[in-house]
Design a protein around this ligand. Sequence first.
Ligand SMILES: Nc1nc2c(ncn2[C@@H]2O[C@H](COP(=O)(O)OP(=O)(O)OP(=O)(O)O)[C@@H](O)[C@H]2O)c(=O)[nH]1
Ligand SMILES: [Mg+2]
Length: 335
Amino acid sequence: MKKSSKKENLLKTLKEKLMSLDAINELDKKTILNNIIKMEKKEVNLLITGATGSGKSSTINALFETDVATVGMSSMPETMDIQQYTLDNLVILDSPGFGDGINEDIRHAQGISKLLNETDEEGHCKIDLVLVLLDGGSRDYGTTYRLLEKIIIPNIGNNDCRILIAINQADMAMNGKGWDHQLNRPTKALIEQLEAKVKSTQVRIKENTGVDIEPIYYCAGYQDELEKQNPYNLAKLLHFIVQNIPANKRYKIADNMTTDDSLYATNDDLKDYTNETKKSMAESLMAVVSDISSAAVDIVSNTVVSTFNAVVNIGKSIASTGRSLVSGIANLFGL
Ligand SMILES: Nc1nc2c(ncn2[C@@H]2O[C@H](COP(=O)(O)OP(=O)(O)OP(=O)(O)O)[C@@H](O)[C@H]2O)c(=O)[nH]1
Ligand SMILES: [Mg+2]
């Protein structure tokens, strides 16, 4: 797939911009620098898991500026042990596929429970979000349900890690039928089938665990010697990921997300997902204004928005003023 050259680091660029502004006094600059140092230390950890061939590696490659996740072409499980990709302060853990043998599954499950019980120095779960993938082309989710119900949900317990379930390969839910290749989206009959899958998955998990999670469906897309299919609902998936990680870390995804607009082009039309995602990322970047004098809030927050728009140049620019984004997070940062 695509890959562009390394992007600018958002926080670093913002630091340089703010430090060079004459309109901000030295005391406020010192506060901003302290805020940025705290922000730089934070890490986002995503764990992606699911059955063999569900598309974990394809999803990582579609969402993030990395080509390191190996995509399988045969039924051999490609990802043999938990692989870790560290991209600045974003860590992606690509777990091996489940369903290839009892012993392997037990070993992988142990690896996952260990990870889910790790905490950071503030006592928060080290993993911010577990993304569980289901293969839209499959009818048998027994292995993944067991993984969710026996390993993931019990190990997460009441801690602050979140779970997101996503049905990949939406194009294959009716054996390849019902996909409009021209428009790269499902036809009405396929949408009905996918919505039924979403509902039955939600009901099953609720009945077995009491946990209510509404899955989403998407396509990571694929490319082989013969053809290429762009992703579908990738912007929606990214939106759900960003909304489910702690608010003060959301902007960190911006440095590593794919910047190829064509990969985000087709989604359901329920929301402008890219714009919503960008807004919540910019909002989370407003932590830089914490504790500065009220006279400086406007200039600093507007600089955050303009820097964000310049560095994260996919989709439309954010039109909001800095001040409105700051008030959106007032409770969060105690402003
Ligand atoms: N049709 C279709 N194929 C897809 C899609 N996403 C992934 N694939 C294909 O599914 C196969 C498996 O994808 P991988 O990304 O290797 O799956 P994985 O979950 O990482 O597999 P393991 O690492 O072996 O557990 C590959 O041939 C992909 O090209 C999709 O949205 N639609
Ligand atoms: Mg893989």
